[in-house]
Design a protein around this ligand. Structure first.
Ligand code: DC
Length: 222
């Protein structure tokens, strides 16, 4: 039986950095489910459709083949054979993803793919509904959070390093808007599972948070 670790939480809480580092240290596969939702939004935009047009998005799902591949230990996301790993990280794709991820058929479409990966591998899977919907029987569920300001600061630094950062205030207001959309939507809202451990990383470095999580996982493996 594979070991499944679920990490959920809002944008910018450090989920992907922490989950990736912990997975590397433990030899697990890291699955960034947000990248799958992003790849759907990217494809809708590529085809020139409006993400707010629900039926247009639903029709396009028939044409989308998302895949996760691991190249030198790094997750790459492919859509219909194209490696879109870098292209799905723009602020425009982030906002569009928040819209498409609220569509029930989009969630159903990605559900089986996520479950299949978890059945076949030891995984650390991060997202918004992993502990509540995708892996309700996960061996360990962690809800990772931090204040909106701390998250905006981290995201701002990350975007600055890539050379395309909007103003800090814009990053903060995007985070607050996405939090609201992700946690108030009717389907699979961002919510802490009842049996999840809460970890607030506002006053922690990402290294400290990673060590804490590796320690928690080590306990469930015993
Ligand atoms: O983690 P991220 O920032 O890459 O997520 C992008 C968007 O996808 C975010 O608005 C929430 C959504 N998402 C989701 O609804 N369910 C998931 N399991 C992962 C992400």
């Amino acid at each position: 039986m594979s070991i499944n670790i679920a990490i959920d939480g809002p944008a910018g809480a450090g989920k992907s950095t922490i989950a990736k580092a912990a997975a590397k240290a433990l030899g697990y596969i890291y699955v960034d489910t947000g990248a799958l939702y992003r790849s759907v939004a990217y494809y809708v935009m590529l085809r020139g459709k409006d993400v707010n047009n629900r039926s247009a998005v639903e029709i396009l799902l028939q044409d989308i083949v998302p895949e996760l591949k691991y190249i030198d230990g790094e997750q790459h996301v492919f859509v219909n054979g194209e490696d879109v790993t870098g292209k799905i990280r723009t602020p425009e794709v982030s906002m569009a993803t928040s819209v498409v991820s609220a569509i029930p058929r989009v969630r159903d479409f990605l559900f089986n793919l996520q479950q299949k990966i978890a059945v076949e591998n030891n995984v650390i899977m991060d997202g918004r509904d992993i502990g509540t919907v995708v892996l309700p029987n996960a061996d360990l569920k962690i809800f990772l959070t931090a204040s909106p300001e701390a998250r905006a600061e981290r995201r701002y630094k990350e975007l600055s390093q890539k050379g395309n950062a909007p103003a800090y205030e814009q990053v903060l207001s995007d985070i607050i808007k996405r939090d609201r959309e992700d946690s108030t939507r009717k389907i699979a809202p961002l919510k802490q599972a009842e049996d999840a451990v809460l970890l607030d990383t506002t006053d922690m470095t990402l290294e400290e948070a990673t060590e804490t999580i590796i320690g928690m996982i080590a306990k469930v493996r015993k």
